[in-house]
Design a protein around this ligand. Sequence first.
Ligand code: UDX
Length: 436
Amino acid sequence: MFVRRIAVIGTGYVGLTTGACLASLGHDVVCADVDEQKIAKLRRGEVPILEPGLAELVTEGMAAGRLKFVVGARNAIAPQGDSDDPIEVVFLCVPTPMGEGGAADLAAVEAVAHEVRDLLPRGCVVVNKSTVPVGTAARTKQLLGRRDVAVVSNPEFLREGSAVHDFLNPDRIVVGCDQQDAAERVAALYSRLGAPTLLTDAASSEMVKYAANCFLAMKLSYVNAMAELCERLGADVHEVTEGMGYDRRIGQAFLKPGPGWGGSCLPKDTHALMQISEAAGFDFALLTASLETNERQSGRMVDKVRAAVGGSLANKRIGLLGLTFKAGTDDLRDSPALTVAAALRAEGAELSAYDPGCSGEVPGMTDGITVADEVTAIAKDADAIVVLTEWPEFRALDWPALAKVAANRTVVDTRNLLDPDVLRRAGFSWVGVGCR
Ligand code: UDX
């Protein structure tokens, strides 16, 4: 395998994981970020995000001299010392948040392109890992204005909470470029992983990411709609999804109903694909329906809580279990738990919450919610306890002890996480999703 000199611009979830994992594959990696404090922490070996295995890889990479951190893209690309070989591959891992009207905001990609265009070594390859609209590789190539520099699309498919595992054990590697040799050079970086590799054109590669994430969102909306129908007809969605999932064309994954899908990717990508479709004059009705179903889902959860506390949420004390968008992460961005919480609060409920990934209130995110550092505080005098995130440890809580302190022994389990029999034995009534 060739060892390459790589720069990774952006040290968020995607960039830091990419940098640390590429270093673990033997490459020589320098990661850059505009945030000086973040870089200072990383240099001390402190990893600012909760991602299993990442801190270890960062420590190992630094100790082996294969992973460095610098402030600013310019410093990652300019030679670090006289003995350093030039950077051969530059990964762009900067945020592409949802901008006006749902379109991806490419300001960060454009800013980096401007900053580095004259510094890039001859013949190097720029790789876009951020999820970007179809056509961005071509646009980046234009912005760089360098004939000798190829721009490649290489979307990431990392789930938060298992990003390192997903990087090192990918289902597939997708690399797209209108110059085959550049695509092959990028694909070769991953050769040790032995994953199926699709080499394609840049536009198709950029579309794969949207196609995959929007399909997952649609799958979840389908399951959430199915759960509602099961409730109406007296069927049990667990049994239904198990029966569906044995069909290998469907599979068991991504079939769990919940309070709606969220996180930093699925909502952003579905809105962006809607926008892309509209701009192309295409009415993507399936996608519109998936989004509408998701918006309805949080409202359905609020209906369940309201019904569980007797028809009005005004001044009711609600204890929330979970705030993050899924278990195993500290990420609150676009969390369906926060959507449900905001709606409960709008109807006058008093909210307290416990989440193993959140150690306190986060301004702008958890406003109006008292975040406790242990679970009894949220159960005490609660009119209802509502499970919003599927943290496995909630299953093992001392439910009989919580029953003693709660004002009203009701649990609304929007993730169907808990064992209803355990809850009922503890004296709680249990309400799930898509089942009786
Ligand atoms: C997702 C994609 O899975 C990943 O491939 C892509 O690169 C980034 O977006 P992530 O945002 O980390 O990853 O979350 P994921 O694990 O996919 O969950 C997304 C949302 O769906 C969460 O809110 C989760 O709780 C929900 N979900 C997931 C369900 O409600 N039920 C399920 O069965 C699975």
